[in-house]
Structure formats: structure tokens, C-alpha cells
Design a protein around this ligand. Structure first.
Ligand code: FE2
Length: 204
């Protein structure tokens, strides 16, 4: 097998990887809570459609038929992403996990496209190299955007969500242990009830 043939093989693999991503990204966008993250997934879905067109141009430039070769690497990454979406996590914690899953997919692509750009260049396939490089730059930008979203807001929010959950737990056990506090809670609610009724009467 020549390096040229190996390159064609890698392109077929990437073609399948991108096709799989077009199915996964809408689900990830739907699972995202932060608006910016949802938008990032939606934007990358649009880019992915363009990347598929670009790969079809690569096949043409190589004089090859457009063909996908099953890509178990991306399939595995997306399978893990699917598991993540099924986890019992909410809000920023889910968003942080979605970013982790998406960055695994991006890094896979960055590795594959980076190699293909270099091979195409070495083989004197300039058109192929520049098409692939355009996609490589998009993948890098998408990855950086995810890092920025995680670092600027989402990861911190995920930490804070964990802390507020801890506080709730402490309150719950506190109430259970001290019967005094439980009485206070009951007494408070019995005094608020008549007040609520008075307010109702005032409204009428
Ligand atoms: Fe891609």
C-alpha cells in the first residue's frame, strides 16, 4: 500500500466520521443548557455539512469515488457521548460533560486532518492539502471555542452547582436531627397560613 492509497483511506474514514457527527450534533445541541453552548453545537453542525462537501471535493481532486469507510474511532467517541447525555446530570454539570465529549470528537478530527494535510503536501497534492487545511482550521477554532466556554463560565457554574447541592443535603439532615428546628418550621407555616388567608380576603 502506498502513502497515496493510505491517504485515500483516511479521507474515507473522515468522511464517515463527519457523517456520524451530523447525526450526533443536533442531539448534543438539544441536551445543552447554556445558550452559547447550544449555539456552538448548532454552528459546528453547519460547518460539518460544509466539511462533508469539502471532502467530496477532495475525492474529486484525487480522482476517487466518494466513499465512506466505517470509522469505529468516531463511533466509539460518539457512543461515549451518548452515554454522557443519559447520565443523571443537569445544568452546568451536563454542559461541562457535553464539552468534554465534544472535545474528544474534535481532537480525533484534528489528529486525522493534521496528518492528511501533511501527507497531501508531501505528495504534491496542493488542492487536496488546502481543502483539508480549511477544515483543520475550523476544527481547531471549534475546539478553542469549547475550551473558552468551559473556562469562562460553565466549569465554574458546574462546581457551584455541586456546592449548592451539598448545602441542601446539610439542611435536610439538620432538620432531621433537631426536632426543635422542625417545630419552628411547623409553627412558621401555621402563622403564614392565616396571613395568606387575610391577603386573600383583602384581594376580594
Ligand atoms: Fe468536522
Amino acid at each position: 500500500m502506498t502513502l497515496h492509497e493510505m491517504l485515500v483511506d483516511e479521507i474515507k474514514d473522515l468522511y464517515h466520521a463527519e457523517k456520524q457527527l451530523t447525526k450526533a450534533l443536533p442531539k448534543m445541541a438539544k441536551a445543552a443548557n447554556h445558550e452559547d453552548l447550544r449555539e456552538a453545537f448548532e454552528m459546528h453542525l453547519e460547518e460539518t455539512h460544509e466539511q462533508i462537501t469539502r471532502l467530496e471535493e477532495v475525492f474529486e481532486a484525487l480522482g476517487e469515488k466518494v466513499k465512506a469507510k466505517p470509522c469505529p474511532g468516531m463511533a466509539g467517541i460518539l457512543e461515549e457521548g451518548k452515554d454522557t447525555m443519559e447520565e443523571d446530570a443537569e445544568g452546568a454539570v451536563m454542559d461541562a460533560a457535553l464539552i468534554a465529549a465534544a472535545q474528544r470528537a474534535e481532537h480525533y478530527e484534528i489528529g486525522a486532518y493534521g496528518t492528511c494535510v501533511e501527507w497531501a503536501r508531501l505528495l504534491g497534492l496542493d488542492e487536496v492539502a488546502s481543502l483539508l487545511e480549511a477544515t483543520l482550521e475550523e476544527e481547531k477554532a471549534a475546539d478553542q471555542k469549547l475550551t473558552a466556554l468551559a473556562e469562562s463560565e460553565i466549569n465554574q457554574a458546574a462546581v457551584a452547582e455541586g456546592q449548592s447541592e451539598d448545602e441542601e443535603e446539610v439542611e435536610d439532615t439538620g432538620r432531621g436531627r433537631s426536632s426543635g428546628r422542625a417545630t419552628t418550621v411547623r409553627r412558621q407555616s401555621s402563622t403564614t397560613r392565616p396571613r395568606a388567608k387575610a391577603a386573600d380576603r383583602r384581594r376580594r
